[in-house]
Design a protein around this ligand. Structure first.
Ligand code: NAI
Length: 258
């Protein structure tokens, strides 16, 4: 570890959504930085695979089945981390779902499903983590996952964008309330990242979908999960010790092309 500010040795992290995509890359990077990582997700086999890959690379990881829409399950993962390590330094709330429907076609059930996962799931993570950090006097870092959808309208993204905008409000509000405990709370708002969430299944459809991003981005490319993992590591570590209530936008220079 050449830069000690990024060193997470001796620290405990929980990563939700760790079965694949951005969550998986983040769990791997936090572990590489030295943290003991609790890999939490609905997808049991995915978290087993993430934890196994981390362990094989010499890191420390524990798979934990979790549905973020269930507060009792979120609390149980936090308790497990506390029981085993006595601390919680990093809570990375990455689990999320995509939903697309035009405003005029959006049904209550769509709104509820997206809200429950993408907002309430993050709220539970923030609440349970902050309580644990306060109780153990750990000056921890909470990271939430927003999206470029917070910055602009885009067809079909009402439910998703509204929940992500609410996550930003949660992030900024919580930062003002827990800062006196030394706890920092920040959001990451990625642009288009190549994961299962943005997979269009055929190479042709993928190219079509990525075209506007590549055209509009000054960097001329879409993002990879590792691009976002590094943003999370920055916010999780002492490298960002004077940063709280902020939104970091790793998006190749463009929020939401459409
Ligand atoms: P992904 O679909 O590859 O992974 C999401 C993970 O969350 C999956 O492993 C899934 O099982 C898990 N998950 C879903 N609902 C859950 C629940 N109720 N409880 C526990 N785990 C649950 O998606 P990706 O791309 O890795 O996204 C991660 C986060 O980044 C999400 O919050 C997403 O909204 C956000 N994001 C992604 C972007 C992208 O372009 N891929 C852009 C901006 C934000």
């Amino acid at each position: 570890m050449p830069l000690t500010a990024y060193d997470l040795t001796g620290r405990t992290a929980i990563v939700t959504g760790a079965a694949r995509g951005i969550g998986r890359a983040t769990a791997a990077l936090l572990a590489e930085a030295g943290a003991t990582v609790y890999c939490a997700d609905l997808d049991d086999r995915g978290i087993e695979a993430t934890a196994a890959a981390i362990t094989a690379a010499g890191g420390s990881a524990h798979p934990r089945p979790l549905d973020v829409t269930r507060r009792d399950q979120v609390a149980a993962v936090v308790d497990a981390a506390l029981d085993a390590t006595g601390r919680l330094d990093v809570m990375a709330n990455i689990a999320g779902i995509m939903h697309s429907s035009a405003v005029l076609e959006t049904e209550d059930a769509d709104l509820d499903r997206v809200w429950n996962t993408n907002f309430k799931g993050v709220l539970y993570g923030c609440q349970e983590a902050a309580r644990a950090m306060i109780a153990t006097a750990t000056r921890g870092s909470i990271v939430t996952m927003a999206s470029g959808a917070i910055d602009t309208g885009a067809p079909g993204l009402l439910c998703y964008g509204a929940a992500k905008a609410a996550v930003v409000q949660l992030t900024k509000t919580l930062a003002t309330e827990v800062g006196r405990h030394g706890i920092r709370v920040n959001a990451v708002a990625p642009g288009w990242i190549r994961t299962a969430m943005t997979d269009r299944h055929t190479a042709e459809a993928q190219q079509q979908a990525e075209k506007p991003m590549i055209r509009m981005s000054p960097l001329g490319r879409v993002g990879e999960p590792e691009d976002i993992a590094h943003a999370v590591l920055h916010l999780a570590s002492d490298a960002s010790s004077f940063t709280t209530g902020q939104i970091l936008r790793p998006n190749g220079g463009v929020a939401m092309p459409w």
